[in-house]
Write a protein that binds this ligand. Structure first.
Ligand SMILES: Nc1ncnc2c1ncn2[C@@H]1O[C@H](COP(=O)(O)OP(=O)(O)OP(=O)(O)O)[C@@H](O)[C@H]1O
Length: 276
């Protein structure tokens, strides 16, 4: 496995406060990796260090084979960034902003195509300051992908998106991943993680508390399923079991079973347990 992003023992202190306390992370080339965690967990700090936008206190970091803290200017052309705090674009239009950003990169995408790709074609001539919150976020995404980045960092990219815009964005991320981009995503939306991430890590209090795929993280695949049903005498019953199939067969042998449901813990259930 070639790692596009790796961190070993990453630490960051703000004064006396240790925001990141020894994080190990490895993201393979072409992988979509999600970083989850409660507010203040240290996600943005970690991502900003990987982006080369924040100095670290300790540990080893490599992104596209270089240390972001000392990488040459040319390295930056391979990196796409969508930060939480949107850049101030004052009075320029969507199209102007995207065309302008394209000039920073050696092999940019077609700016008008990118505007259409993020669903802003009908707002191309609108000034950035007049966009709605979700539209402004789409412009941030456009600026993040214009340079055809090999590694794309998305810090809470879909905050403020309506459901349709989120689905469109997910399609866009999948297309970028298919083209070979490595994507590191932070988000508070668990459905976004399930829709997009090959792997994920949960960070809490500056430490990684779990890592895995959306289906296996935190032992989700081995967790008990909850079987509920209504007995012939009308009483609602439930039982947690690691073998729901056997239980259902057993119940069936005893007589008619009504309103049978089998529920596995959701990613959200597992996540909330991990950070508790
Ligand atoms: N510039 C700074 N100076 C001092 N403390 C900071 C600074 N930036 C972040 N912190 C602190 O570091 C901790 C981690 O912040 P960070 O922004 O990395 O969290 P996060 O996981 O991205 O949270 P959120 O989900 O709210 O975006 C927080 O307690 C925050 O208050």
């Amino acid at each position: 496995m070639t790692a596009a992003i790796s961190a070993r023992g990453l630490r960051k202190s703000y004064g006396d406060f240790e925001a990141v306390r020894g994080v190990d992370l490895e993201v393979a080339e072409g992988e979509v990796f999600a970083l989850l965690g409660p507010n203040g967990a240290g996600k943005s700090t970690t991502v900003e260090i990987l982006e080369g936008l924040r100095p670290r206190t300790g540990g080893e970091v490599s992104v596209l084979g270089a240390d972001p803290a000392t990488a040459p200017r040319s390295w930056r052309a391979g990196i796409g960034v969508v930060q939480q705090a949107a850049t101030d674009l004052a009075d320029i239009t969507v199209a102007e902003a995207v065309h302008h950003h394209a000039r920073y990169y050696p092999d940019p995408r077609d700016p008008d195509e990118v505007v259409a790709l993020v669903g802003l074609a009908d707002k191309a001539r609108t000034r950035a300051g007049r966009l709605s919150g979700g539209q402004r976020r789409r412009l941030d995404v456009a600026l993040g992908i214009i340079g055809r980045p090999r590694v794309l960092f998305l810090d809470e990219p879909t905050t403020g998106f309506d459901p349709e815009a989120r689905r469109q964005f997910w399609g866009l991320v999948r297309d970028l991943a298919r083209e070979g981009a490595t994507i590191l995503l932070t988000t508070h939306y668990l459905d976004e993680v399930e829709a997009l991430a090959d792997r994920l890590a949960v960070i809490a209090g500056g430490r990684l508390v779990a890592e895995g795929t959306p289906t296996t993280v935190g032992g989700r695949d081995r967790a008990k399923a909850l079987v509920t049903w209504v007995d012939p005498d009308g009483v609602q019953r439930s039982r947690a079991t690691t073998d729901p199939v056997a239980l259902v067969v057993e119940l069936n042998a005893l007589g008619p079973v009504a309103d049978l449901t089998v529920t596995r813990p959701t990613l959200e259930d597992v996540y909330l347990e991990l950070i508790a």
